[in-house]
Design a protein around this ligand. Sequence first.
Ligand SMILES: C[S@@+](CC[C@H](N)C(=O)[O-])C[C@H]1O[C@@H](n2cnc3c(N)ncnc32)[C@H](O)[C@@H]1O
Length: 304
Amino acid sequence: MNQFKTPVMTVENLIKDIARQFYEADLSFSHGTDNAVDESAYLVFGYLGLDHDSTESTYQKSISKRDVDAIELLCKKRIDRKIPVAYIINQAWFAGLEFFVDQRVLIPRSPIAELIHNQFKPWIDLDCERRALDLGTGSGCIAIAIATYFSKISIDAIDYSKDALEVAAINIKKHLLESRVNLIESNFFESLSAAKDLYQYDLIVSNPPYVNKEDISIMPMEFHHEPIIGLASGDDGLESVNIILQDAGDYLRENGILIVEVGNSQRALQEKYPKLPFVWLDFEMGGTGVFLLTKEDLNNHNKH
Ligand SMILES: C[S@@+](CC[C@H](N)C(=O)[O-])C[C@H]1O[C@@H](n2cnc3c(N)ncnc32)[C@H](O)[C@@H]1O
């Protein structure tokens, strides 16, 4: 018998060890966490399939040598190739729900999760039969979260990327929402335009691409693993939102609202449309650059 037993590696110790390596490496934490310890816990919990509502006993669990070695290899992949953890373990969290992700879709992180958590109050009551559209659905996270938390809502989810639609379909199936989340392949509203009367919504929500050319050129390596169609939006970052502002009014019912994330393109947008009465929403859990407009605002604007 070997008298020199290898010390047992616990979940807690492995998280600390990997966090130290992440901390010392030149990493960007912007895909679901904002620091080395959380990023490490994301990797270790995700790989081991541990419950995130875990107790102290989870942290004291011992990990087999085989799992430690495997996680160390994934840690190396994170550091050497700057691949976000979400892609390494094919798992992301949004609005408290788990999603399958891979490099065909952007990693969910929109502050729109907080609006869903707050039931879109006071802007719209989704506890009655209503129809919504998620424009640029990616992994399907926004559409699926809305359908999960509001049982009377049916929602269409558009994307131009066939790859993204494949991933969204995986997530819709995973969350058993095939009957209420309907995928549509479309370049923004194009595929709906021949039958506008059939595509009328109480809520249009969108996290479209909005990164400008300059920011694309300086963004950290981690973002380059994401599909460029999910990020880039022309020189000024406004290409997508221009189309949305132009067309969304035609697809909103009376009293319908449009909610769009434009992140740090907020200022460019305000400068370009000084007369549009954007309502910029506040977030307690972080995030800025999400506006709300009504159908009336859009129609008035487009008349001129
Ligand atoms: C910023 S990502 C958001 C994905 C997801 N809604 C989220 O919050 O994680 C933008 C999405 O818009 C899609 N997209 C880009 N251009 C589009 C277009 N012309 N028409 C429809 N969708 C488009 C991209 O494929 C991508 O999935």
